[in-house]
Design a binder for this molecule. Structure first.
Ligand SMILES: C[S@@+](CC[C@H](N)C(=O)[O-])C[C@H]1O[C@@H](n2cnc3c(N)ncnc32)[C@H](O)[C@@H]1O
Length: 856
């Protein structure tokens, strides 16, 4: 757990290039050789072993400049040359042998000379064949026993590797079209990682995937490396979006060899492949559409790199040693909404070349607005920013330090960091608990600890809201009447104290009962009565569902609320307490509602499945969200079929009116507290669903309430600390394309002993019906039936198409929001029909409360 107030959110790193290392080396070692052709060293051989090396010198200088992490390539140009010579070339380059010209001009020569030339060619051909064979043999030997020569690596000593992050050779094409090249790149990667591990290096940054059609191969290789190299962290370097998509010209492609053949045969016909200067994606034509003629990129194009990442981390089974290095080399689009999905990913590094900076009016380096905003928002990940080329004097003023200082300025002005540092804010209170999964409290079944009550009592807002609600209720009571209040579930007494304070303010004649079933807290209550409250309060020890109290009460005050409102069994407890409420009496709270939103967070997904058992993925958790992204659109979708970003599930009201009671006034069963909701969310940007975010809002009295609803909490109960949201995980991530619809079903169920939730989700896509594109008679029929609306484009019924009952309104809750409409075919203005096709679903979570429940 980390604390924002003591440690900076951002780490600083520098990227040292091969040129930097070569330059340091040439300054270090003498260039003039001695009489035997060996370099002349000023130190004798024995001392040289302990002297500073060029890499150590560079590292020391970088540390003096304030960089905590040093990134450098592990291999040299020498290795690249040898590997390419062995693995890319079918033969020896023609210029080396000088045969090209003789082959081309041979026919112009006199006969004798020509005959001689033929003889020479034969022997040269033999020579080429021999060299080819030698290289093929060398490659085979390397494949069996991969090893470097000393000058093929930049680091040779353990001390040189201390605190270093290595950049894996960026010319390795793990996603090459050519099977042979891919295979050899995999061997080379494993060799590099093995050497990095030997040097105790903890993190390696991988070259960016470049070829969408072989992204799965890239991912398979990374997965294999993660399995075979147990300790090292791998970080995939990715441009935040495909920079080519903002250009109107055609997407460039790098020449690659054929995909036939077997490994190791040198199949690339084109010789050495050019290495692209920047990591950029080549999206094969079948994978995405080309940029639109207007130059405005479509959502799917903007998503290309994220989808690549999603594929890679999914194939790697969300391995926690796999992280992201976001490359911010290309300028960011101004439409930042599409980038919000990176908030839910494990962004470990941000690669930032000096060339991304622009000069401000004074000549200092600053970042373009969208990049500034993105980096500020990225502070939640506590990333390390890797500067590249900061020492190249690209900007007039400020020198190398200006880049780091600017990023530190962005850190200070980041809303996330500011909130976390502001005393009294929820973020500050929650230090160290961000994205940490906690089992929800069960105050009915368990007896809370004094420390837990103490933490509650630190909340300055909750008790103030309660006092205000009680005060307003009393103020409206006829002044002549005696009022009886009951605090049901008094804990250590803070609501009793607030009740007395509201009574004083209202100048009413009020008597207070305080009920508590926790025997330990009851001791504290006795002490407070003796010292503070005296005869104004009568304590009653016992369960409010069965205890008798001396008289009926006018105002029943309770705080039995959970993050989802009803999840600490407030409805069930108040059902019992309602026995001693007068028929004219009121409850504070008078109602509460549960709310849901679909959420993406690889961090939370990984946390929930850490134990690898079903239970942990079928349990709702209390979580202070940080690295999460709410997937639903802020506004209802353009067709008006879906509801808003966060939607209401159900409501409980007190006093409740609809239960059948026994002779004691207690409901015969708990069936009236069963609820269900089916919510339709619009998903504007592609993302992966990992769970549901649960929130509550409560009306205490009149317009006084409590809320953790993200859009409403600041107006209703700003800086309230008592509740973090609830997280309902999904066992399997569900990919949701842009502009899709997510239907979430959630149930609150019960038996005599328990209450539990079950949840499930389905995804749908609305697609236009192109006239004449298919042999589909149903497209000619009016847009009315559900089954029509769910027909697949091939006219195959979707799994739910025939089950009309599924969509019939079976929800008995009166609080059911209006946006629970049926999916139906809609007509566009152009007159083309649309149809809804099902694209995926999750399993049903927690059936029968098998994994998680709340004890009654
Ligand atoms: C969430 S705590 C609130 C305590 C205190 N009112 C406050 O606001 O700090 C809920 C309290 O209600 C008590 N409680 C829960 N169910 C109860 C029941 N059925 N009868 C009596 N007390 C109950 C718990 O022991 C606990 O002290």
């Amino acid at each position: 757990m980390t604390h924002w107030d003591h440690t900076p959110a951002v780490g600083l790193a520098t990227f040292l290039t091969l040129e930097d290392i070569t330059r340091a080396g040439s300054a270090f070692y003498p260039t003039d050789p001695d009489e035997n052709g060996e370099p002349r060293f000023s130190l004798p051989h024995a001392q040289r072993e302990f002297a500073e090396t060029p890499v150590l010198k560079l590292i020391r200088e970088a540390r003096n400049k304030g960089y905590e992490t040093i990134c450098l390539p592990l291999t040299t140009e020498k290795w690249k040359e040898r590997w390419e010579g062995m693995c890319l070339l079918p033969g020896v380059p023609a210029p080396e042998l000088g045969v090209t010209e003789s082959r081309e001009s041979g026919s112009d020569r006199p006969e004798g000379e020509a005959a001689q030339a033929v003889g020479t060619e034969v022997s040269e051909d033999c020579d080429i064949e021999r060299k080819k064979r030698e290289r093929a043999e060398a490659a085979e030997q390397w494949r069996v026993r991969p090893a470097y020569l000393m000058d093929e690596v930049t680091i040779t000593r353990l001390d040189e590797a201390d605190g270093v992050v290595v950049m894996i050779s960026d010319w390795l094409e793990l996603d090459a079209e050519d099977d042979g090249i891919r295979h050899d790149a995999e061997i080379a990667l494993k060799q590099e990682l093995a050497y990095a591990s030997y040097l105790n290096i903890h993190t390696a940054i991988l070259p960016a995937p470049r070829n969408r059609s072989h992204a799965a191969s890239y991912a398979r290789i990374i997965n294999n490396c993660l399995k075979n190299t147990p300790y090292i962290y791998l970080s995939v370097r990715l441009p935040i979006y495909n920079p080519t998509i903002l250009q109107t010209q055609a997407i460039p492609s790098f020449p690659t060899g054929s995909s036939s053949g077997s490994p190791g045969l040198g199949l690339s016909p084109g010789g050495i492949l050019p290495t692209p200067p920047l990591p950029s994606l080549v999206i094969s034509p079948d994978a995405t559409s080309s940029p639109t003629s207007s130059g405005i990129s479509s959502e799917s194009e903007m998503n290309a790199t994220w989808e690549m990442w999603d594929l890679i981390r999914s194939i790697c089974d969300y391995n926690t040693r796999l992280t992201l290095t976001l490359d911010l080399t290309p300028p960011l689009p101004t439409k930042l909404g599409v980038l919000s999905k990176w908030a839910a990913e494990s962004v470990r590094y941000i690669f930032l070349p000096a060339s991304t900076f622009i000069a401000n009016t004074k000549g200092y380096p600053v970042l373009p607005k969208p990049t500034q905003c993105f980096i500020r928002d990225s502070m939640i990940h506590r990333p390390t920013v890797i500067f590249a080329g900061a020492n190249a004097n690209k900007h007039l003023r400020g020198g190398e330090a200006a880049y780091s200082q600017y990023i530190q300025f962005l850190e200070k002005t980041s809303p996330a960091v500011r909130n976390a540092q502001k005393a009294g804010s929820v973020e500050n209170f929650a230090q160290g608990y961000q994205d940490y999964l906690q089992a929800p409290l069960q105050p009915l079944m368990d007896n809370l600890q004094s420390m837990t009550y103490q933490t509650f009592e630190q909340d300055p807002v909750k008790y103030e809201r309660y006092e205000e609600a009680i005060f307003r209720a009393l103020a409206e009571w006829p002044a002549s009447e005696r009022v009886v209040c009951c605090v049901a579930g008094a804990g250590r007494g803070p609501l009793v104290a607030r009740c007395l304070s509201a009574i004083n303010r209202s100048r009413r004649d009020v008597f207070v009962y305080a009920v508590e079933k926790n025997p330990n807290a009851y001791v504290t209550l006795q002490q407070r009565k003796q010292r503070e409250w005296g005869d104004r309060v009568q304590l009653l020890f016992g369960d409010m569902r069965s205890l008798d109290i001396p008289e009926l009460v006018d105002i029943l005050i309770s705080e039995l609320l959970g993050s989802f409102g009803d999840n600490e069994l407030s409805p069930e407890c108040l059902d019992g307490a309602q026995r001693f409420l007068k028929s004219t009496g009121i409850s504070i709270p008078s109602s509460y509602t549960a709310h849901l939103a679909p959420l993406s967070s690889s961090k939370l997904y990984n946390e929930a499945r850490v134990t690898k058992n079903t239970e942990s993925l079928e349990t709702p958790y209390v979580v202070m969200f940080q690295a999460v992204n709410i997937l639903s659109g802020e506004k209802p979708d353009p067709n008006g079929q879906c509801g808003s970003q966060i939607q209401e599930c159900w409501q409980f009201e007190h006093p409740r009116r609809n239960a059948v009671l026994d002779a004691r006034g207690i409901p015969l069963t708990n069936n009236h507290n069963v609820r269900s909701a089916r919510l339709r969310f619009w998903i504007p940007h592609a993302g992966v669903l990992h769970g549901l975010a649960g929130y509550f809002e409560a009306v205490l009295y009149g317009n006084i309430g409590l809320s953790i609803h993200p859009h409403r909490k600041d107006q209703i109960a700003k800086d309230m600390l008592s509740w973090f949201p609830l997280f309902f995980p999904f066992k399997e991530p569900l990919y949701l394309p842009s502009n899709s619809e997510l239907q979430v079903s959630i149930w609150r169920l019960t038996n005599e002993r328990q209450v539990w939730y079950e949840w499930h989700a389905e995804s749908f896509l609305t697609i236009p019906i192109t006239p004449g594109s298919r042999d589909d008679l149903s497209s000619l029929q009016p847009a009315s039936g559900i089954s029509q609306g769910l027909a697949s484009p091939l006219n195959m019924p979707s799994p739910l198409a025939d089950d009309e009952s599924f969509f019939s309104t079976n929800n008995r809750s009166p609080a059911q929001p209006q946006h629970h409409q049926q999916p139906s075919r809609s007509m566009t203005l152009s007159g083309l029909g649309h149809e809804v096709i099902k694209i995926g679903h999750t399993s049903l979570h927690n059936p029968g409360g098998r994994s998680s429940w709340i004890g009654l």
